[in-house]
Design a protein around this ligand. Structure first.
Ligand SMILES: Cc1cc2nc3c(=O)[nH]c(=O)nc-3n(C[C@H](O)[C@H](O)[C@H](O)COP(=O)(O)OP(=O)(O)OC[C@H]3O[C@@H](n4cnc5c(N)ncnc54)[C@H](O)[C@@H]3O)c2cc1C
Length: 466
């Protein structure tokens, strides 16, 4: 049974059982495994005895759209196309060639749908597109939340400290772990796939491998080596779980690459937290319902990052108004940063200096070069990288804007509630005041590149990112 707290009705329009198909408008959970929205759409299709049609559209004018992110989005289309085809499901991959071209496609397919199901996720442009669809469609539209182990709406409120959210998870999670999504929603037979309507495919042609990149997409941020798609994500997950015993020690050291590097797959919806927990539980021989209290320390540490920290930032995105604005930071942080806004800055950099890694600091430059070249920054260095931008910006507000720009322009896991969470953490969110009071930072936690070089192993990292 799908956890009822994951399902929301977005309009008052009826289910129309006489129409042709059930439409799944796949948006942020681009996967087949552990996908409650797909599971819900497939359940409707079986109950109504209608085929399932999956619309998988990539727009071209979302904020920071560039060749790097298009490669991530389009790469997963082909992975899914092959898997839907072998399951006999109709899949409609569409890549918008110019801004606005996709307009009308959802409505055209929904006009023949008994019911439309889509993914629920609290951030970026998704809430706006869902609200617009809910206003326009004449058929029931449901959003299903596949974000985390805890349904976003299972939290009674927004939490602003990990310690409180962790306590809430301890009491709330056992119920929801008992309502795990299916590992494969397509294993049970579904009515035969419909042929796609010619009038619709003529106006919105199906995407094909090798189609040219839309002209409007920024080519100056090039694709990276990361392989998108659920198949690659599962392979990466298995390889990480095999070395999970070393997580606690290795995750800190850039030279050891001890973290999972799964954040892009999570961000693009190619992998779910349920799949990760199921894989770890299976390796450890425990039931997913039992939770991870009794597992070894590295496992618990990893799951704390994955579940407590990741789901906390999604909780913030869902519950804190303007969660991605500077003004939404905690009052003590805003007050302390304002008090020190006029402090002299020993180093001040323009965005272009930062973007081209032209600062005086070799640690920062190495992290920025990794971001530009690989679309990621090592976990520990990401914190130092953020703190320095606060220190080197003319004002904390400008530092906040610059970090959002750098992170979201280059990071393949960017434009996520975790992006805002990490950046806001740099400025005090989820944290407490730290003494002694310092210039520029005030009571915000300070980090330095010099201490980082002493504390973590990064000689090779610095050599590789010169
Ligand atoms: C300035 C700054 C910017 C950040 N921007 C992003 C971003 O754009 N996208 C993003 O996913 N994370 C972001 N983070 C959080 C964190 O750095 C990354 O999630 C982590 O480095 C991803 O690497 P990994 O998958 O190897 O992590 P692992 O250590 O293997 O952790 C597993 C998973 O847990 C979650 N996680 C780990 N650390 C955090 C954290 N501090 N907060 C929330 N979730 C966490 C992620 O989903 C991650 O994939 C940012 C942090 C900072 C300080």
């Amino acid at each position: 049974m799908i956890d009822p707290l994951r399902i929301r009705s977005l309009n008052d329009a009826p289910v129309r059982p006489d129409r042709e198909w059930v439409l799944y408008w796949m948006v942020s959970s681009r996967r087949i495994g552990f996908n409650p929205a797909l599971e819900r759409a497939a359940a409707h299709a079986r109950a109504l005895k209608r085929p399932l049609l999956v619309l998988d559209a990539v727009e071209c004018d979302y904020p920071w759209a560039n060749a790097r992110f298009h490669a991530c989005a389009i790469g997963s289309l082909w992975d899914l196309a092959a898997r839907f085809q072998s399951a006999g499901i109709a899949h409609y991959p569409y890549v918008e060639p110019e801004p606005g071209a996709a307009r009308g496609l959802l409505a055209a397919l929904a006009a023949q749908a008994c019911v439309v199901v889509t993914d629920d996720s609290p951030a970026f442009f998704f809430p706006r597109s869902r609200a617009a669809a809910a206003r326009r469609l004449d058929v029931a539209l449901e959003a299903v939340d596949g974000v985390g182990l805890l349904p976003v709406r299972a939290a009674p409120r927004g939490f602003l400290r990990a310690v409180d959210f962790r306590r809430h998870l301890a009491s709330a999670l056992p119920t929801h772990l008992g309502r795990f999504p299916l590992a494969d929603s397509l294993s049970e037979p579904l009515p035969r796939a419909p042929s796609l309507p010619a009038a619709v495919t003529a106006r919105w042609p199906l995407a094909r491998p090798g189609d040219p990149l839309p002209a409007v997409v920024d080519r100056s941020v090039a694709p990276v080596a990361w392989k998108p798609g659920e198949t690659a994500a599962i392979r990466d997950l298995r390889s990480f779980v095999a070395r999970l015993d070393d997580y606690t020690e290795d995750r800190r050291h850039p030279d050891r690459e001890g973290t999972s590097r799964l954040s892009p797959a999570l961000h693009w919806g190619h992998l779910s937290v349920h799949a990760i927990w199921a894989e770890i539980a299976d390796r450890c021989g425990v039931d997913v319902v039992a939770g991870w209290e009794g597992l070894p320390e590295p496992h618990r540490n990893f799951l704390d990052e994955l579940v407590t920290w990741r789901e906390l930032t999604h909780n913030t995105a869902a519950f804190l108004p303007n969660y991605d604005a500077y003004d939404s930071l905690p009052w003590w942080a805003l007050e302390s940063l304002a008090k020190h806004a006029g402090d002299p800055r020993p180093y001040l950099y323009e965005v272009e200096d930062l973007e081209t890694a032209s600062t005086h600091d070799p640690v920062w430059n190495a992290a920025q070069r990794q971001l530009v070249a690989e679309g990621r920054i090592h976990n520990y260095l990401r914190m130092v990288w953020g703190k320095k931008v606060l220190e080197w910006s003319p004002s904390p507000e400008e530092g906040f804007r610059t970090l959002l720009h750098l992170n979201n322009r280059y990071a393949i896991d960017g434009r996520d509630p975790n992006s805002v969470g990490g950046i806001a953490w740099v400025f005090g969110r989820y944290d407490r005041p730290w003494g002694p009071e310092r210039p520029i930072f005030g009571l915000i936690r300070y980090m330095s590149s010099e201490a980082t070089v002493r504390k973590v192993k990064m000689k090779e990292y610095l050599r590789n990112h010169q």
